[in-house]
Write a protein that binds this ligand. Sequence first.
Ligand code: PMP
Length: 459
Amino acid sequence: MNELSNSLAAADIAHQLHPYTNARAHEEKGPMIITRGDGIRVYDSTGKEYIEGMAGLWSVAVGFSEDRLAKAAYDQMLKLPYYHTFAHKSTEPSIRLAEKLAEMTPEHLTRCFFTNSGSEANDTIVKMVWFMNNALGRPEKKKFIARHKGYHGITVASGSLTGLGGNHRDFDLPAIPVTHLTTPHFWREGAEGETEADFTARLLKEIEDTILAEGPETIAAFIGEPVIGAGGVFVPPEGYWPGVAALCKKYDMLLIADEVINGFGRLGTPFGSQRYDFEPDIMTLSKQISSSYMPLAAIMLTDAVYDVIADNTAKLGSFGHGFTGSGHPVACAVGLENLKIIEEKDLMGNAARMEAPFQEGLRKLLDHPLVGEVRGVGLIAGIEFADKTTKVNYAPAGSVAAKAAALCTEEGLIARNVYETLALCPPLIVTEEDVAEILARLGRALDRLSDWAKDEGLI
Ligand code: PMP
């Protein structure tokens, strides 16, 4: 470590409380300080190079050195660094981006509301749904259905929708009425002898039974990620989403697709709801919307949802909700340029083309003694560590995935351990050579993992 790294590390330990970090362990270990980026690669303060196999936090579609985004931010900062969108004010970047999103998303999604983060977007959606049902004179229709292991953020309402114990425990969540149902993960949740079709039917029955038990007049909406991301990468079974959509229609519930990770080509289709063939009433977008160069999220609404909200704002005199940064002109200018790059470079098409080499390469890891399942579509994947026959994860919980991620880091590949799974979600700009290099580094890390597991007596 050089002198600058040491002094930065000391200051980090002295002054930052890090998200999703064991603070006491951090005081011992110190930070890994990332200082610069280049394409799919980032470099730490010691000069070590890594392939960013997670695109940051599932988000940097265009890679870490896109000059056009820097220029878009700079130009907008010089012209108008900030203005808001409250009370009839607007700015060109927010208008152009809203228009672009209406054009890119499925045709029935026409209206857009901007926030700074995915969590704020989902919190806003909860409030919109409540606002709507109050306006429609059905104030009892307020409950949500979500899934275990779904991830929708960490603010009070979005954190309640998230179905992960660590986001609830000691935070007094859930704080809104929400029921979490079975994760749509056939390999883990499928019963002995059950086919995938039976599994889908069982999950749909569970949803319908829940609606009937609670009373359809009390259930406002179903929210889910088409492919679950941060909870461990779970690909839904065949027929699940069209079935969910049919139930939402039957019981007059809104269907919310949280496409914060899936959106803008991650699954090899523009949006995840298109890959799984359903039409949400509301869609949450963030991350790849700006490649995370600026904080930005958007909520897409149908005309039908918009009209109920708009009518009520006319009655009340205003929509009493919005962020200082809603439609921030710099974030929107960067987002707009980022989406142009995604289109011009056909990065969504690239994700579709890279699916086969990436996913097929990863499936070869099923031979590895510690790997229970390899799953994923497009350019998102999870490798779950478990005994192949019993499917039991290794003790202590999460330890093998954590070791795998640490060994990947040593081998120059940033991957992320989420519970028992090692996740990969590379930038959409990856080439076939990049995919081969990711697989090579991962392969070396997992070879070392086997040696470690033997020493630990796990295998
Ligand atoms: N929804 C999904 C599907 C996400 O993956 C995330 C972030 N991982 C969020 C919402 C929350 O977004 P943010 O971290 O920007 O609040």
